[in-house]
Design a protein around this ligand. Sequence first.
Ligand code: RUQ
Ligand code: CUA
Length: 653
Amino acid sequence: MKNSIKVITSLLLATGLFSCNDNEQKEGDRGALASNAAEKVYVAPGEHDEFYAFLSGGYSGNLTVYGLPSGRMFKEIAVFSQFPTSGYGYSEETKPMLNTSHGFIPWDDLHHPDISQTNGKLDGRWIFVNGNNTPRIAKIDLKTFETTEIIEVPNSAGNHSSSFVTENTEYVVAGTRFSVPIPQEDIAINEYKGKFKGTLSFISVDPEEGHMDIKFQLIMPGFDYDLSHPGRGKSHGWFFFTTYNTEEANTLLEVNASQNDKDFIAAVNWKKIEEYVNNGGGKIMPANYAHNMYDDKSHTATSTMKKEVLVVDPREVSEAVFFLPTPKSPHGVDVNPSGDYIIGNGKLSADLTVHSFDRMIDAIENKEYSGEAYGIPILNFEDILAGTVKQAGLGPLHTEFDDKGNAYTTFFISSELVKWNVETREVIDRQPNYYSVGHVMVPGGNSREPFGKYAIALNKITKDRYLPTGPELEHSAQLFDISGEKMELLLDFPTHGEPHYAAGIPAEILEENSQKIYKLAENENEYATLTNGDARVERNGNEVHVYMTTIRSHFTPDNIEGIKVGDKVYFHITNHEQDFDVPHGFAMIGANNAELLIMPGQTKTLVWEPKQVGVWPFYCTDFCSALHQEMQGYVRVSPKNSNIEVSWSLGED
Ligand code: RUQ
Ligand code: CUA
């Protein structure tokens, strides 16, 4: 393969069509190479992709699922945003998932998916994601590909350095981007310096059920905590967070937070703090935050408001938190698969900083500090530095790794993906990105065992890459084959919302466990209708409960009378199908809501408040059978003061 590239390249050079070396080949000039790339991404009809890729949806609030190498999108998983396609956040069962201390919030900004791990390897049980705007961490079950838990993070704002997991999923970690008064209070913004604080939250994950609980929050100086990554292997037990605005400016940060030559990576020995907390350390602080759980058997979410959180002052735990000076407002911080190196990408620096974990430990043991910030020791830059990658590009953001000792760093400003060797820190290859790449993802790239076959560059700017669709364009991802010495661009594909990070996993880990139906016999929904004989309509004051079933191709009951203007009608719909991929939908004219899509064996509830007298239809929204168009019914709505009793028909004329 490589030989054929060389041959083609020299041919092109000979004909003068192509005047630079093969590193700099322009994507539009690929010509003959394209057919080879096409073969590599071609997944024949009916065949399956090799990897699942989960791409954050950014301001869509949701997570999308793609196949690699094809770049085909399989699903949008509703997480923080109401999603009419499934009725998530519209059905009575799922509304509690979006409850917060600010009330019902139907949206968020989702940035960083991370898959659960066991012994540093992807185990494919769950995927965690963060909501930036109203700080939350969500967990998605990778059996059902549904969001099953959301926990709000108190004392946080712009929850950006989140949601990365430790190597046995002991914790999913969330860090604040914006420092704020803690607890919140009404103070002047120019009192920022010294008064505002940042929290780093360690959320424990129950090893069996995966339930999340905030174990402790570290109260840190008022910097901005941008990104984080766990230690692994030898550095397991540590967590690393980038900071910027160590100047603690509160206005025109563009200038005022770019003054210091070096900001910090905060190194947190979470094992030490965990021990301190387990021995009764820390302070309980009043708080108010939502913990929302979805139960697969009852198909119902509940929301509980939690009233306290344990906070830890890092100065009280000796030698648990240190600052590693790192040039120029670092954005990403990434740890290589062995856990030896901590890579800081200074946004305003041309060089990449590679810190050595061993050297950091030596410096700590020798107590060689260059100073302190708010009582937290600062290590000497020279003491901990393993080396730098010189002049690698402009505007480095994020780094991922393969299984051969290489790193892949994205450069936003010079718009390229750069491959370099972690030990020698020499640049091996660079490929342009179209345009302005943010994150890069190698499946398993944040684990001890990456699968170094593909990398996707998640670009921020699309411009001319696709047919224009008016002013608003989807973002563009680019798939590279990274199995050889040089990276090879294989495919462009559009993504949804704004993907920041992504997570990939071999399909075989998830495919077998993917759930096909919910068992009707195990349905514990309070309003489930398990047999057609139980289908009925009950009035309770102005509340009416309709217990309805669906099966190809009818609703039971199908006609309902005795509903009055001013009623609140709850349609509790149980799908009796027990076949894979036979959902039924339900939509009611005039409902201030969305439709519901009910999976086989599941119960979902839609509320309708009829406002007009008449006879109003409902129907199935999913083309479920040849007689799908027959899957319909009527509700007769009478005036508020009418005496018509509720009655219904079960489909026997
Ligand atoms: S970010 S493009 Cu929200 Cu991870 Cu760096
Ligand atoms: Cu049921 Cu269409």
